[in-house]
Design a protein around this ligand. Structure first.
Ligand SMILES: Nc1ncnc2c1ncn2[C@@H]1O[C@H](COP(=O)(O)OP(=O)(O)OP(=O)(O)O)[C@@H](O)[C@H]1O
Length: 590
């Protein structure tokens, strides 16, 4: 792996270091390089290295890249994980018997489980609320525990979810022998704070803790790391970019990075300033928003692309996409799968998505599927629809895998025969049946209903399902329909093509909120809804809220490698272009 001089310098620093890294500067490379170096140092000792990242996707990315640098047996010496899994595996799981209610063990409560749904429904019912939608479930899944044990979260400030409801919910969670992500952190904090032997064990075990995306750290995470640092045997590499801190609603506070760095006397004189992602004109726009010293410079393969970012104002974002953005992609030979439309809020992407789909443009997003992903029949149905949309022999493997997992999650039985010659024959029968139903039915819902019935028959004949299990898929389809109704999705609007796109989003135009685009990159990006009142939102009044909106816009700008389009909505004459587009306070296109 080739590193630049500044990447190498950061990776070789043996002191506590807070490394500020500009967008596209290869933070992941530095972390992988550091990790492989320090694993080498601890290889012949009982010690280990933890690498804490923000998402599971980042965990997989770092794991995959590290494979090229390690030796057999090294896996005992490193753990790449999120802060939640770090706390779960090293603190909460081994010591949970010390916590009231968890003497006999626990199960982790994940937001896509049936238990979660039941507990939220039961809690809300107790407070007189019966009809729940996705947002209600989201609010419970975003609850956090503050360092004083109180409930915190955006829903609490809005008043939709009260501290009493949060308390009741957590009581139910504990009584069911479950623990949610918020409490994994809180109990781990308590265990480290109150039990010096546990703190000494963690400090002795971890020679290094590397933390990625440190700008998005929360108060409880900082307190946990502070305790470990104070125990004195662990060194830290913290990598982040204060200008990309956009998760304030989830408790992230960019100022905490400095607080923690000071507490541990970390060096903060090193920076990554070379941006490998964006062209020079895009970097110039980003530098207008947040000038850095030294400035961020374009150093990657697109650095010499000369296309200037463009601003278009129209009463219809759809028209700009169709008349301007898509032809521009074609003119520059950028596949639509390598392009994204970003917006400050995901809900404005829904109507756009619908119109694009009607117009025949393959899109993926916005946001999640309109039904819960854990519905038993959903993954198999999606894979099969994906195959029908694009006959690709490699997708057969994905269908086999999803058939294997569908049978396992529906029945609890493992059928390795799925992967045999006979299994492949069953897959072909399913595909043949799916295709003939596709020719018969217009929308996805009718297709799902018939496919659930016919697939069950085929799988019973193949011996994968018992006759008594013939209704399992049908029941899952009913659950998917109920999810969609609860989310006010018009069932007639869901197309078989949509199901396929959920399975293989690679070749579709991506529609995403700016938040969800964090950490990703695209050859072309259009950012829509760039009006004052939408970004910053009219409810954002404090300097802190406005700055977070500016950082969100900065994240959007720096996702584009070569082509960037700003779109404002001219239908409402009161809301002119956002201040972030103007000369005095932004990129200066208007
Ligand atoms: N030394 C290098 N040589 C060549 N390419 C590099 C180098 N370092 C990073 N890159 C490339 O630069 C791109 C951006 O890297 P990466 O995604 O790690 O950036 P990042 O710092 O996480 O950005 P952001 O914070 O904006 O998400 C990747 O495509 C990566 O392969």
């Amino acid at each position: 792996m080739k590193l630049t001089a500044e990447q190498l310098d950061a990776s070789r620093c043996d002191e506590n270091l807070m490394l500020t890294a500009c967008p596209g500067s290869g933070k992941t490379r530095v972390i992988v390089s550091k990790l492989s170096r320090v694993v080498e140092d601890v290889r012949d000792t009982p010690r280990a290295v933890a690498c804490i990242t923000y998402t599971n996707a980042a965990v997989h990315e770092i794991e995959a890249r590290l494979l090229h640098h390690i030796q057999p047996g090294d896996d005992a010496h490193y753990d790449i994980c999120t802060i939640h899994s770090f706390c779960l595996h090293h603190i909460f799981r081994p010591f949970c018997h010390l916590i009231r209610g968890y003497k006999d063990g626990f199960r982790v409560l994940t937001p896509d489980s049936a238990d979660f749904e039941e507990l939220v429904k039961a809690t809300c019912a107790q407070f007189g609320r019966d009809r729940l939608n996705f947002q209600d479930f989201d609010e419970f899944s975003q609850l956090r525990v503050g360092i004083d044990g109180s409930a915190v979260g955006p829903a609490l400030t809005r008043g939709a979810l009260t501290p009493e409801m949060a308390r009741e919910y957590w009581k139910r969670v504990r009584e069911a022998g479950l623990v949610d992500f918020a409490n994994i952190l809180y109990y781990s904090y308590l265990l480290l704070q109150r039990r010096t032997e546990i703190l000494s064990y963690i400090s002795a075990k971890f020679a290094w803790i590397l933390v990625d995306e440190f700008q998005d750290t929360t108060d409880i995470q900082v307190e946990i790391l502070t305790l470990v640092a104070q125990a004195g045997q662990t060194r830290f590499l913290l990598v982040g970019d204060p200008y990309q801190s956009v998760f304030g609603f989830a408790g992230a506070r960019p100022d905490l990075a400095d607080v923690f760095a000071k507490r541990i006397h970390a060096r903060s004189d090193k920076q990554l300033t070379g941006n490998f992602r964006c062209s020079k004109p895009i970097v110039a726009h980003a530098n207008l928003l947040y000038p850095r010293t030294p400035p961020m410079t374009a150093v990657g393969p697109t650095r010499n692309v000369t296309i200037q970012p463009v601003w278009k104002s129209s009463a219809s974002a759809f028209n700009v996409i169709i008349d301007f953005f898509l032809p521009a992609l074609e003119g520059r030979s950028i596949p639509i799968g390598d392009a994204a439309i970003l917006a400050p809020t995901w809900y404005s992407l829904f109507p756009l998505g619908r119109r694009l789909r009607e117009y025949g443009v393959s899109i993926v997003g916005p946001g999640a599927r309109p039904y819960r992903r854990n519905r038993v029949f959903a993954p198999l149905a999606e894979q099969v629809c994906g195959y029908m949309m694009e006959l690709n022999p490699q997708s057969l493997g994905a269908i086999e895998r999803s058939l294997f997992h569908t049978i396992l999650s529906a029945t609890g039985r493992v059928h390795f025969e799925v992967y045999s010659y006979a299994g492949r024959a069953v897959v072909f029968r399913l595909l043949g049946c799916a295709q003939s139903l596709y020719e018969k039915h217009e929308g996805a819902v009718l297709w799902l209903e018939s496919a659930a019935r016919e697939f069950s028959k085929i799988l019973i004949e193949a011996g994968y399902l018992a006759p008594a299990e013939r209704d399992l898929f049908m029941m899952a389809v009913e659950e998917m329909k109920a999810d969609m109704r609860n989310n006010d999705v018009d069932l007639a609007n869901l197309a078989i093509e949509d199901l396929g796109i959920y399975a293989s989003p690679g070749s579709a135009l991506k529609l995403s909120s700016l938040h969800n685009a964090k950490g990703r990159e695209f050859r072309a990006v259009a950012i829509m809804d760039l009006n004052e009142g939408r970004i910053p939102h009219y409810r954002a009044t404090s300097a802190g809220e406005i700055d977070e909106a500016k950082r969100l816009f900065y994240v959007g700008v720096t996702r584009a490698k070569e082509y960037l389009l700003y779109i404002t909505d001219s239908s409402n004459s009161r809301n002119g272009p956002s201040r972030f587009l103007k000369k005095a306070s932004g990129v200066g296109v208007c």
